[in-house]
Design a protein. Structure first.
Lengths: 189, 189
DNA sequence: GGTAGTAGCCTAGCCCTCTTAGGCAAGCGA
DNA sequence: TCGCTTGCCTAAGAGGGCTAGGCTACTACC
């Protein structure tokens, strides 16, 4: 019997695409096996378990997002950098809902530390260079920014903004204005 | 054979408690049936399907959270109201992780419109009375606030803040300061 | 107080998913 | 060419979701 040529990389990519189509919760080992024309049990030669599959999707997404953000950030500073970062983040979440959802599963500390999440955090910090904040305000600001981005994107996706007719795009750009304003004028204790 | 006395209300409550213990994704019809000393198939007399169970948890959580927030908001205004709202929100999410997670599943429009989510949105708007914002800034501000709260709580839970030693409580209170600052000084277009 | 009718539970059974154990064959290196 | 590793297989069990159809306890009504 011919070999199907299954590798962890190909599995992960296929799983990520499947996640974007049908949602992470429906990314099943069996469905993936079908796509590769292989029996489900065979995938356990490449994978420890179904959870590992989801973790791999998350790690892939984290890396892809970090790349995108890095590209968006290149050559920009201040508010321009903030907006570019935010838009890259939101665009990725919209284009890849399944991958984005996978990013939200909690990784164990070592995995997280080795992930592109670290790079991501560094870039968020880099934005703040345009706003001259010192510690611990910088950390707080990074957390607030990330919270706002993630919260907005997440609520937008689950329909949390649907009861008001105002276009979410407009709210998004005004939210970024507000974020820029508060970063330039960070309150003292 | 004696009747077990299963009702949709008792099922929902038990499911919500189960969700807080083991996570929504592990709230299964079978597990619930075991808790009631009943066969799993019997629950389909009370429930359309497993998804309905999760939706019911979400609706319960939405109502409970709205109650909590309403209580916290009573007699307060301005920043005090903002902080009280935010803390009630975060406290609920921490005490009831499973219920909170269930709140994030997307409800179909009619269900959402009939849910306590509406009450929740109204209360968020009520906070802004202390900040004299007119439309559409008000809507944008509501969305930004909700995004920040949800994003922070959600990232905190999944460990998104773990790579920095700073206590999340401190970042939380500073984020609220920042939010208050930007609401009092909302940027013009 | 007997007797419908229905609400509440049950068994049987199907399909799907996850996962382990053990087997066979393809293809590479010696 | 031989053998060993790698990649796939079948078999099988556990558990969850759900449907169909049956039995029983309670209710309401005459």
């Amino acid at each position: 019997m011919a070999r199907a040529g299954v590798t962890v990389e190909r599995l992960t990519l296929a799983a990520a695409e499947l996640a974007d189509e049908v949602g992470v919760e429906n990314v099943t080992v069996a469905a993936l096996a079908r796509q590769f024309g292989v029996k489900d049990a065979s995938l356990y030669f490449h994978l420890k378990n179904a959870h590992e599959l989801r973790v791999r999707i998350a790690l892939l997404a984290l890396a892809e997002l970090a790349d995108r953000v890095a590209a968006a950030l290149a050559g920009r500073a201040g508010k321009e950098a903030l907006v570019a970062f935010a838009n890259a983040y939101r665009a990725y979440a919209r284009e890849h809902p399944g991958r984005y959802a996978a990013m939200q599963i909690d990784l164990d500390p070592e995995t997280a530390a080795a992930s592109a999440g670290v790079r991501h955090a560094e870039m968020t910090r880099a934005i703040l260079r345009g706003y001259r904040l010192s510690e611990p305000d910088q950390t707080d600001a990074v957390r607030m920014m990330h919270s706002t981005f993630h919260g907005f994107v997440s609520l937008e996706k689950t329909g949390g903004f649907r009861h008001t007719p105002r276009p979410t795009d407009d709210s998004w750009s005004r939210t970024l204005d507000a974020l820029d304003a508060v970063l330039t004028n960070w309150p003292s204790r």
